[in-house]
Design a protein. Structure first.
Length: 106
């Protein structure tokens, strides 16, 4: 398996869709589906009927998974979207922002 370019806890920028330009932290990565869940982005509303536990009924809002190609890592230097490259530094394989050359922590 190839090394992951986007990992849980990374700061990402949304490239397309209704939340284009927004930034958030990756909460979950689903490599098999090629999807990510980002905090505060791609909010889906689900209407719940009244039940015994919740006699009022409600609208539940939660983050829905989005395709991994719709997000790009935020550059550690300026927060703009960047591609990820892998380099060997001090004998370790690390992720590097292609835009600035900065090492990405994690």
């Amino acid at each position: 398996m190839a090394a992951a370019k986007i990992k849980k806890g990374d700061s990402v920028v949304v490239l397309s869709g209704k939340d284009k330009g927004r930034t958030g932290t990756v909460r979950q990565v689903m490599p098999k589906d090629g999807k990510v869940v980002v905090d505060g982005v791609n909010i889906a509303a689900r209407h719940r009927k009244p039940s015994q536990q919740n006699p009022q009924g409600r609208i539940e809002r939660s983050e829905a998974p989005m395709h991994i190609a719709k997000v790009a890592l935020a550059d550690p230097k300026d927060g703009k979207p960047t591609r990820v490259r892998f380099e060997e530094r001090d004998g370790k394989k690390v992720r590097v922002a292609a835009r600035s050359g900065e090492t990405i922590n994690g």
